[in-house]
Design a protein. Sequence first.
Length: 323
Amino acid sequence: MSYSQEVYRKAAQILERRLEKANMQAQNKFDEITEKLPELETIRQRLAQIGLNISKVFLYSEDKQADIDKLMQESLELQEQKKKILADNGYSEDALSVQYTCPVCKDTGFVKNRMCKCHIELLKDIERSNLSKIAPVEDCTFDTFDVNYYPDETMDNGISPRNKAEKIKNSCRKYAVNFTTSSPNIMFMGGTGLGKTHLSLAIANVVINRGYSVVYGTTQNILGDLQNENFGRDENIRYNERAVLNCDLLILDDLGTEFKSSYTVACLYNIINSRISSKLPTIISTNIGFDELEEKYDQRIVSRVAGEYTKFMLVGNDIRYIK
């Protein structure tokens, strides 16, 4: 699972702020309580001294185990005194403890060098938040994909657009639930407003929840940013080549609407070919058919897409217009 460095950085900053806040609140609470109960400060100092004495035991004691046992007993007695003082004055036993957002990892994000569940959830939330800034990901789920907007009359093949959409929806749901970085590529085809973007984002929703990284964008925006990055105009760009080529799932929306140039064609081929070579899945949506794709792009692009992508063709009327 490969998140961008920016996602990891944001998560680290949030964890750092959580830890700072927890320690600051604990210190403020300690100051407040010890001002009323100064004997607790004395106990704290004695406990700190015991910690230092245990260190000295390992260096200088002739009977280490006996001396450590004695110090540990003293520590336990002081802890009990502290609990009693707190209880007698109406405080809970853990009133002086640091209250972490995540008590498991103590807001460090790691437990025994393994990423804590809270850290994993934080990465998911950041990934989802990033995507929601550019697409209505919260609104585009499988549950909100309404096949009733598709005609129910059967076509020449004996299948109605509605049944076809239902089958595609179910295939996409299964794809998302079972997603891995070895999942196949998908190409959504069909006219404008038939739900191609909706299904792409519905897949993204599930994939993000399962802890995978997703880069979504229109082909025009992604290729534009990569061109700016390539020519050193990398200020205020949303997409960079490393994330596009290495994310767990790339979604290229509206292929065919971008401005065509020798650079965009070469860049698009590099994206498609590199991710196929790396065995990383890509989802492409387009309003144009293969004949137009052949006219617009290098034959190598069409050949790679035709041979390496599972095609889903949506049929019907513009749902946005119907709504």
